[in-house]
Design a protein around this ligand. Structure first.
Ligand code: HEC
Length: 92
C-alpha cells in the first residue's frame, strides 16, 4: 500500500510538465502589468531614444526598477519579465 502511493506520487510529479529554466512569459507580463506602470507605461520600452540596447542591459534595468520599487522579486521573476519585455518590445 505504501509503495503504491509513492508510485502514484511519482507519476503525478512527472506528469506535470516541468518548465525548467524556460522563462514564463505570461507570468512576466502579469507581473509587469501589476507592478511597473506607476512611473512609466509600455511606451518607455519602445521610445526612439530608449536606453536599453542589449538583453543583459534589459535584465539589469528590470532589476534596477524592481529594486526601486522594493519588490524583492526572485531571479525567476526578473527573468520572466525580461523575457516578456524582450519578446514584446525589444526583440534582441
Ligand atoms: C519608481 C519609478 C519606476 C517604477 C515603479 C518602474 N520604473 Fe522602470 N524606469 C524608471 C525610470 C526613471 C526609467 C528611466 C527613464 C529614462 O531614462 O528616461 C525607467 C526605465 C525603464 C526601462 C528602460 C527603458 C529604455 O529606455 O529602454 C525598463 C526596461 C524599465 N524601466 C522596466 C521597468 C520594470 C520591469 C518595472 C517594474 C518592475 C519598472 N520599470 C518600474 C522608473 C521606474
Amino acid at each position: 500500500m505504501k509503495n503504491h502511493s509513492y508510485n502514484l506520487l511519482f507519476a503525478i510529479m512527472f506528469a506535470i510538465p516541468v518548465s525548467g529554466m524556460a522563462a514564463d512569459i505570461s507570468h512576466g507580463k502579469s507581473l509587469q502589468q501589476e507592478n511597473c506602470m506607476s512611473c512609466h507605461d509600455d511606451g518607455v520600452y519602445t521610445r526612439n531614444d530608449r536606453r536599453v540596447t542589449t538583453l543583459d542591459g534589459l535584465s539589469k534595468q528590470v532589476k534596477r526598477c524592481e529594486l526601486t520599487l522594493g519588490l524583492q522579486w526572485f531571479d525567476d521573476d526578473i527573468n520572466d519579465v525580461t523575457a516578456y519585455l524582450n519578446e514584446s518590445f525589444y526583440k534582441f
